[in-house]
Design a protein. Sequence first.
Length: 348
Amino acid sequence: MDPSEPMDMYIDEATDGESSTTSSDPMDLVTPTETTQSRPASEIGLQPSLRPRGNNPDLNPDIRAQRYKELYPEGTPRWTKEAIQEAQARVEKCKPGEVVYIPALDGTDVGFEVMTERIERNKQGVAMVGIKHFLELFPAPTDHITPDPDTRHPSLIYSNLALGHKFRRLDDEEDDEDDDPTENEIEAAGESFNAIFHTWTDSTIYKNMLATLRDYLSHIKGPVTKIIAFGCNSLSSPDVDKVDRERSAYQHAFLLMLRRVLLEMAWTPTEIEILLQDPAYTKLDRKVLGDCEMTVLDSPKGFLLVDEETFVFSCDPDVPVRQIVMDLAKPVGMVWDAVVAESMALDT
């Protein structure tokens, strides 16, 4: 979120309500005949498994839409905490070379080959090695919008959970994500974040946004015990360019402002946690953000902690945050970026 960009806000002013969802597919899968050998290196990063194994469902979009309608009548959640927990448990137990089975929305098990430590080549002949596997979450299909079999593997037509992998070039140096940051790195990253924070808080945009938040948040009817933010990106990763790192800093600064305003309300507790979920965070990020009383969570724990006393923030995430959250619980409020129309993306 750039401080000058528009944002949407949802405030829960009632005790119950209907589900509402939005997002776009974080990454389409390769077609059934493709492997990493036909994909450029730039496209082999964080992505779902390239070789899922499952039944081939009907590929006719009208038949699929009718099938979704039968499986999930209007108002039926496509996301549950139990399903996410079960899938995560399976992913945590699997080892390189094994096949892990994750249930699809139609009840069938889809198998995913664990490609961690596997070496693949792209079409330029560059060797890529799998360094990590994880649970991937992507938009659940609906009876209104269905995935295209040309862009999502047919075995995943009914899926919203898959096995994802992170790859790196084999000839690159070892991934340094697990290295502890030095004191100089911590100091420099902290100073960089503080400089952006103070520049923003001195701006007219900040003052206008502060007034807007105070107006909106005055309508909240219940307590807020935590703020959970998804997809705010890294403050320090060398894989993130300077513009995106600055945008990330503004988003985290916004979270501090949001907590400040919520704490001004008479009905809030004396403390509000800020919890963050994004696989892009480094150990350096965790330290800098921890010094600002923000805690980084491993995925998918953030989703599992959302409840009726949670305020959710998400701007341009790579996973369908709003779709997931509104199925799992009704948070007290949400801030997110502009919503893409249903006719343009799989976002409901």
